[in-house]
Every structure is written in structure tokens, then in C-alpha cells.
Design a protein. Structure first.
Length: 128
């Protein structure tokens, strides 16, 4: 096997590890209601859907929006239910259960400059 092919396999492994690491970090941050950790994974501009009203925020603004959401809806748990990847896009769907209710959560990332950055997060209330 040529060195070039071996190199491509190594790059592919790094991208896959980056994908899994991103999913693990997001899952952990959502489980704890940690807006600071989520913000570290955000693209410079991120679209956030809260109760059906999409808005685009800078990553810093998004951090404060998420902090307020987590303050009003303290987490009991977050469970990742499904994940997928298509070329340079990574997505996941999960269930966020707080002391105040339950939300279906989905987030979409794009591979950019060597890592996956979250470009969209959706919180959709369940049972409303």
C-alpha cells in the first residue's frame, strides 16, 4: 500500500474521531445544561429554534440565549437518539428532559477548518 493511501486512511480516521468527539461533547453539554461548552462548538453564526421561532445569533449571543433556556429549563437528562453524517455534515437528534418539560433537540454541524461546528440547534417542545 502506498504512503499516500495510508495517509488518506489516517486523515479519514481523524475526521471520524472529530465527528464522534463533537457528538460526545454536545451530548455531555446538553445533559448538563452547559451553554459555555455548547458555545465552544458553535460556528461564528448559528441558527437557534426555540419553540418555533428561528433566529440567527453570533456564537457569543447564542451562548446567552442557551444559558437563559437552561436556567428556565434545568436539565434532568439528555439522550442522543440518532446520529448521522453525509460528506462534511454531521447531525444528531435527541431528547432533552428538564424539570419543566421535554424537548426534541436536533443539531446540525459542518466540517470547517479541521473540525465540526454547530450551525443549527432546534428545541421543539413535546406535548404542546
Amino acid at each position: 500500500m502506498s504512503l499516500w493511501l495510508v495517509g488518506l486512511g489516517w486523515v479519514g480516521m481523524l475526521m471520524a474521531q472529530g465527528a464522534e468527539q463533537t457528538l460526545q461533547l454536545m451530548e455531555s453539554a446538553l445533559r448538563r445544561g452547559d451553554a459555555v461548552q455548547v458555545a465552544r462548538l458553535l460556528a461564528p453564526q448559528v441558527e437557534i429554534f426555540l419553540s418555533g421561532s428561528p433566529r440567527i445569533y453570533s456564537s457569543m449571543q447564542a451562548r446567552y440565549v442557551l444559558q437563559e433556556f437552561f436556567r428556565q429549563n434545568p436539565p434532568r437528562t439528555f439522550t442522543l437518539l440518532h446520529k448521522g453524517r453525509s460528506e462534511n455534515i454531521l447531525y444528531a437528534i435527541g431528547s432533552y428532559i428538564s424539570t419543566e418539560g421535554r424537548w426534541d433537540v436536533s443539531f446540525f454541524t459542518r466540517f470547517h477548518q479541521g473540525r465540526y461546528l454547530v450551525e443549527q440547534i432546534r428545541f421543539e417542545p413535546v406535548g404542546e
